[in-house]
Design a protein around this ligand. Structure first.
Ligand code: C2E
Ligand code: C2E
Ligand code: C2E
Length: 88
């Protein structure tokens, strides 16, 4: 399958996230808002999240972490650089 590998460094573009329809990004937007709240981190344009959180989100979206990474790049929520370089 093409490029279905999970992102290595997950830095969510919060401005882009807000522009997308809630029926697409609702669960992700709520997850990001919860992390912001737990950290008290409200002023950023981006939010770094845990690799572990990508796995949890992938379960919510019923995708593999790699497929969710591709979806988030497609939406512009992650930059294309989030796509891990194929090694070997
Ligand atoms: P970086 O990781 O490349 O992040 C660049 C900038 O993106 C940060 O500049 C910050 O403005 C924004 N940013 C990234 N993740 C978040 C986030 O979760 N919340 C918010 N509000 N902003 C975020 P900043 O803060 O001046 O940091 C510059 C560099 O310092 C970072 O580059 C990173 O290399 C280091 N740094 C800052 N905080 C941490 C940290 O908690 N852990 C580690 N390992 N490095 C950090
Ligand atoms: P916690 O998991 O017990 O983490 C306590 C503190 O350890 C965090 O306080 C942070 O200062 C530091 N910490 C833990 N893991 C990392 C890491 O990978 N990178 C960095 N830079 N620091 C880390 P903080 O930020 O005030 O967060 C408070 C609590 O909010 C955390 O307690 C956790 O329960 C939750 N939280 C915050 N951000 C995230 C996240 O991205 N994902 C998840 N699942 N929970 C988060
Ligand atoms: P980072 O701060 O540069 O941390 C990079 C990796 O180092 C983390 O990847 C994690 O594997 C490890 N690490 C750093 N601090 C801790 C810690 O206190 N406890 C443990 N057990 N491991 C730690 P990870 O988890 O994928 O997180 C990626 C980025 O997400 C972190 O980069 C940080 O920018 C952000 N992040 C994750 N959790 C928290 C948190 O609780 N609070 C804050 N403020 N930022 C967090």
């Amino acid at each position: 399958p093409s490029g279905a590998e999970p992102a290595t460094k997950i830095v969510i573009n919060l401005e882009r996230l807000q522009q997308l329809p809630a029926e697409k990004v609702g669960p992700l937007a709520r997850y990001a808002a919860t992390i912001q709240s737990q950290r008290g981190d409200y002023n950023g344009k981006v939010l770094s999240i845990r690799t572990e959180d990508l796995r949890s989100l992938a379960i919510i979206y019923d995708m593999s972490p790699g497929e969710l990474t591709e979806q988030l790049i497609d939406w512009g929520v992650l930059p294309p650089e989030a796509r891990p370089a194929k090694e070997e």
